[in-house]
Write a protein that binds this ligand. Structure first.
Ligand code: F6R
Length: 261
């Protein structure tokens, strides 16, 4: 795992977008794993800008989102399908048939989870997976005690997650209590992971995720097991990290990051 600290949340999101753009240009058939949430909005804004200004081409890529609420119609403004259409899909030249999210309305949810896993496999697995982190440390909706080898499944949301996202629904009572999410095992199999976290509210959980012990209580800690994971943070989200000087040195000196400096 490596940690890259950027001065602002905009700079951090722009760096993530530039990495996505580079991967996409290198492999137009990229299988791209996507996340939703506030933090990712800036990344999608940048990708839309790159599509418009730099002709970044999404026409051959395929996307798989991490998660979707159970029980929401795609037209519901709080569904993740709606989020993706609104923030990215409708503004770039991705083929709608190549964009995949779990179907939270499926009659048989367990079957739907199996179908989703099989679909990811059918397209050769995920090349690059974008991740946010919840205040209690989830990636996707892998809430505390998610098994380290878990696959796509239905997960009950914790009070912390409900509290975090309820404002978007106009109150806790209106929020779904369950979601379909890729499992920790599914995420760990992606060829490359990029976790983006910004703002003071994420500082504590970022420090635990990166520098703390691996535990199923904080599913983001399992990324320490991943062979190619970059954690990209702004100064605020980095504020509780112990080894900041080392991380800064890496960004300033390692050849891999030269083109992004
Ligand atoms: C959403 C997802 C979640 C979010 C996380 C951070 O698809 O997988 O893990 O990435 O809850 O959300 P924000 O960015 O709203 O703080």
């Amino acid at each position: 795992m490596e940690v890259i600290i950027q001065p602002t949340s905009d700079a951090a999101a722009t760096l993530v977008a530039r990495i996505v753009a580079k991967e996409l240009r290198g492999n137009p058939h990229l299988v791209l794993g996507l996340a939703t949430g506030k933090t990712m909005e800036r990344v999608y804004r940048q990708l839309v800008r790159m599509h418009q200004a730099e002709k970044l081409d999404f026409s051959l890529c395929r996307t798989f989102n991490l998660d979707e609420y159970v029980g929401l119609f795609p037209s519901d403004p709080n569904s993740y399908r709606h989020y993706m259409d609104h923030h990215l899909f409708r503004h770039v030249n991705v083929d709608a048939r190549n964009t995949h999210l779990p179907n939270g309305l499926a009659g048989d949810l367990e079957e739907e989870c199996r179908r989703y896993e099989a679909l990811i496999q059918r397209f050769g697995g995920i090349d690059l997976q974008l991740l946010g982190i919840g205040k209690a440390g989830h990636i996707g909706f892998n809430e505390p005690l998610s098994a380290l080898r878990s696959r796509t499944r239905v997960k009950a949301l914790t009070p912390t997650t409900i509290l975090q996202n309820a404002p978007l629904f106009g109150g806790e009572g209106r929020m779904p209590r369950r979601a379909i999410t890729m499992g920790v095992g599914t995420i760990l199999e992606c060829r490359r992971c990029i976790l983006l976290a910004t703002g003071n509210a994420k500082a504590e959980v970022v420090a635990k995720a990166v520098e703390g012990p691996i535990t199923s209580m904080i599913s983001a800690t399992t990324l320490q097991l991943h062979p190619r994971c970059s954690v990209i943070v702004d100064e605020e989200a980095a504020s509780r990290l112990a080894e900041k000087d080392y991380y800064r040195w890496i960004f300033e000196n390692e050849p891999e990051w030269e083109e992004y400096r």
